[in-house]
Design a protein around this ligand. Structure first.
Ligand SMILES: Nc1ncnc2c1ncn2[C@@H]1O[C@H](COP(=O)(O)OP(=O)(O)OP(=O)(O)O)[C@@H](O)[C@H]1O
Length: 370
């Protein structure tokens, strides 16, 4: 009896949502493609009429040759005030600030009433990175993606994060579940609920965000932290998960996590030295010692022979892969800084020909998956 009335209530609610979407130019389907703590995400179709009024939506969908979008519906009644007043507006403003990047889920528009907020998003129909890693691992009978595929996806992720950082946005919740894939195999970074706008490059943050397994040690130690450097740590964890099929450090308690982190990651046999080197470069205990995005982009593991990025970065081969003169863990300033053993990259990007990360990545377009 109870479940019957619950079902009727759900049906009535869904009809209301269909009507509200219709009033705003979208046909909401009953296909639920995901749910969050306070939201449900449905497959929907943009009407021609709507496309006429939203040039961003129209140009994107024309290129994709379909009219599908994902509509995230947030129930204001269910969401706590902090979510609707703080996290949801942050998610919306971060998505607006990271507009027009191939590897970031696009927000086409929002509409709301007193009961619900609707976010019309680019559809990423092929699930998240975690599901992908697990599916590929099962198929191969061996944990993790092939390094070639991991490189292709990691490039896209680094490009997306570079775009966010260039726009002054730190994500703070980078993890495999927040990385979606679309039907062409493009990676799409999503879930900007914990993102923060860091106006001043060196300003420090103090809020604990994200999942422990992906969280930088300085945050686990409750220190003030630099959001960009914390994102770099999470990138190292994600790359490890891609190539190994598992997380490098797995503990629920922060102090136990720190213990594991101090011992360093364990790599699976057969993983290339370049990939190990890059992961180690990102998983440096000291935030300042981590490779920056420029160094990641110029790392030898990231560059297949025919890659054009070196010219975009304006670096000569010597600048890109200089022989390290300092021992690992030491720099002229005496700071405990990572220095790559197998393929070192220049730190700091002080070359006068240095270009912005956005420029560096703009020449590169990931090829769709076969
Ligand atoms: N643009 C999209 N395309 C396809 N699927 C999506 C899209 N956005 C979200 N999803 C799916 O819906 C799920 C819920 O997304 P949503 O952003 O509401 O929740 P979340 O923020 O990940 O969860 P929580 O609120 O618990 O942190 C995601 O895990 C994903 O599977």
């Amino acid at each position: 009896m109870r479940s019957n009335s619950r079902r009727k209530l759900d049906e009535r609610l869904f009809v209301e949502q269909v009507q509200e979407c219709m009033n705003n130019g979208y046909l909401l389907s009953s296909k639920k493609i995901g749910s969050g703590a306070f939201s449900k995400v449905y497959l929907a179709y943009a009407t021609r009429e709507r496309m006429k009024h939203n040039p961003k939506l129209a140009s994107d969908l024309r290129a994709k040759r379909h009219s599908m979008v994902a509509i995230k519906i947030v129930s204001m009644a269910e969401a706590p005030v902090e979510y609707s007043r703080k996290f949801l507006p942050r998610e919306i403003s971060s998505l607006n600030a990271t507009y027009k990047h191939l590897n970031i889920v696009q927000l086409y528009e929002t509409y709301q009433n007193s009961q619900r907020s609707y976010l019309v998003l680019e559809l990423a129909a092929r699930g998240d990175l975690l599901e992908h890693i697990n599916a590929v691992s099962d198929l191969r009978g061996c944990p993790g993606l092939e390094e070639e595929e991991a490189r292709r996806l990691f490039w896209q992720l680094v490009s997306a994060v570079a775009h966010c950082h260039d726009a002054g946005i730190v994500h703070r919740d980078l993890k495999c579940e927040n990385i979606l894939l679309d039907d062409q195999g493009f990676l799409k970074l999503t879930d900007f609920g914990f993102a923060n706008c860091v106006g001043l490059k060196n300003s420090l943050l103090s809020t604990f965000c994200g999942s422990v397994a992906y969280t930088a040690p300085e945050i686990l130690m409750s220190k003030k932290y630099n959001g960009e450097q914390a994102d770099l740590w999470s990138l190292g964890i994600i790359l490890h998960a891609m190539v190994s099929g598992k997380l490098p450090f797995k503990e629920h308690q922060p102090h136990r996590m720190l213990h594991l982190i101090r011992r360093g990651p364990v790599f699976k046999p057969g993983l290339s030295s370049g990939c190990r080197d890059l992961i180690r470069g990102l998983l440096q205990l000291h935030p300042c010692a981590r490779l920056g995005l420029q160094q990641v982009a110029a790392h030898c593991w990231m560059l297949p022979a025919d890659h054009t990025l070196s010219s975009a970065l304006g670096a000569t081969p010597e600048q890109e892969h200089p022989q390290s003169a300092t021992a690992p863990g030491h720099t002229e300033s005496g700071r405990d800084t990572y220095t790559s053993k197998s393929c070192s990259t220049s730190r700091g990007g002080t070359s006068p020909r240095r270009v912005s990360l956005a420029q560096a990545f703009s020449t590169w377009r990931p090829a769709p998956e076969e």
